[in-house]
Design a protein around this ligand. Structure first.
Ligand SMILES: Nc1nc2c(ncn2[C@@H]2O[C@H](COP(=O)(O)OP(=O)(O)OP(=O)(O)O)[C@@H](O)[C@H]2O)c(=O)[nH]1
Ligand SMILES: [Mg+2]
Length: 303
């Protein structure tokens, strides 16, 4: 029945802020992954599923490749490794506004030895033609790449040739996920990510990097189409707690209002959101506290 059907995994990798999550969302056509202008927005590997005519392409969005400075960073880099394992192809994203960096060369040199590798030269909308061509020239000088496609993930430019190039990497096979699914993330997980995204936008300086979110309650009322969500916004220092709350609670209220809108869209019902702010000292270096916030190295061990 699925003789002519194609199905496979493509891992999306790149340095922080390259536009991997924006591209994942654009290709899937749904918001699978949160996006922000801050580096290290994505912390887990996430699936985005494209159900096309005669194929199912499973994209794995991953955290930006960087040198880990704490246990959370180690978890993130382990997520990248795990995402790259046994895939049918790699989609490596480069930020044209930044140009090719050392990490890009190192990654690509190794990647082509392991899996077919396609490069998306992203943010073409934000550079001059000269800059774009200079990047393309450098990429053309590299050996072993399957395709190089200049794109704008944000403006959804040139995504069709990219999709075609990736489609060429998929093996024949039956779909692995139901055709109406676009991610395997749970609503609970998506809720933590939505809250974290709003915190990334509304908080300043180093505060957002130490934010974690734990959902304590996620329940639909029996008598009304209302979902009650109670969540902890966790920060690393007492001084950060005051910043998260803001003057007279103003910042926390802004986070809640922005998040509630997205949460209601996600669940398709009214949401009652209750937020608490808690301090967990240095949680990004504690296995126990990281586990509480959903970042557990053990979850990645057998991948
Ligand atoms: N101008 C422009 N900006 C883009 C484009 N794609 C992404 N961006 C912006 O780049 C920033 C980073 O985007 P993300 O998608 O979060 O990048 P990422 O690679 O997933 O980042 P990490 O998860 O931190 O590794 C955001 O501000 C995006 O709006 C693009 O095609 N053009
Ligand atoms: Mg990301």
């Amino acid at each position: 029945m699925y003789e002519d059907f194609k199905c496979g995994f493509i891992c999306i990798a790149g340095v922080p802020n390259a536009g991997k999550s924006t591209l994942t969302n654009a290709l899937v056509g749904e918001k699978v992954s949160i996006v922000s202008w801050r580096p290290q927005t994505t912390r887990n590997k996430l699936l985005g599923i494209i159900n096309g005519e005669g194929y199912q392409m499973i994209l794995i969005d991953t955290p930006g490749i960087h040198e880990a400075r704490n246990k959370l960073g180690q978890y993130m880099m382990r997520s990248v490794e795990s995402g790259l394992k046994d895939v049918d192809g790699v989609l490596y994203v480069i930020d044209a506004t930044r140009g090719l960096c050392k990490e890009d060369y190192t990654f690509l040199e190794n990647s082509v030895k392991k899996a077919p590798t396609v490069v998306a030269l992203n943010k073409q909308d934000a550079v001059t033609r000269e800059t774009l061509f200079a990047c393309l020239e450098k990429l053309n000088g590299l050996t072993g790449l399957t395709a190089i496609v200049p794109i704008s993930a944000k403006k959804e430019e040139n995504l069709e040739p990219l999709r075609e190039a990736l489609l060429g990497l998929l093996p024949q096979g039956a779909p692995l996920y139901p055709e109406d699914e676009y991610t395997d993330s749970s609503m609970r997980f998506m809720a933590t990510e939505i809250l974290r995204e709003k915190a990334l936008y509304l908080l300043d300086k180093e505060v957002p990097y130490g934010i974690g979110v734990a959902i304590n309650k996620f329940e639909e009322r029996e008598d009304k189409p209302i979902v009650d969500i109670d969540a902890d916004i966790v920060c690393e220092k007492q001084s950060h707690k005051a910043i998260v709350i803001g003057k007279g609670g103003a910042t926390l209220k802004k986070i809640a209002t922005a998040a509630r809108k997205d949460l209601e869209q996600m669940v398709g019902e009214k949401v009652f959101l209750t937020l608490y702010v808690r301090v967990k000292d240095e949680w990004r270096d504690s296995d126990y506290l990281m586990h509480e916030l959903g970042y557990d190295l053990k979850d990645l061990k057998d991948d």
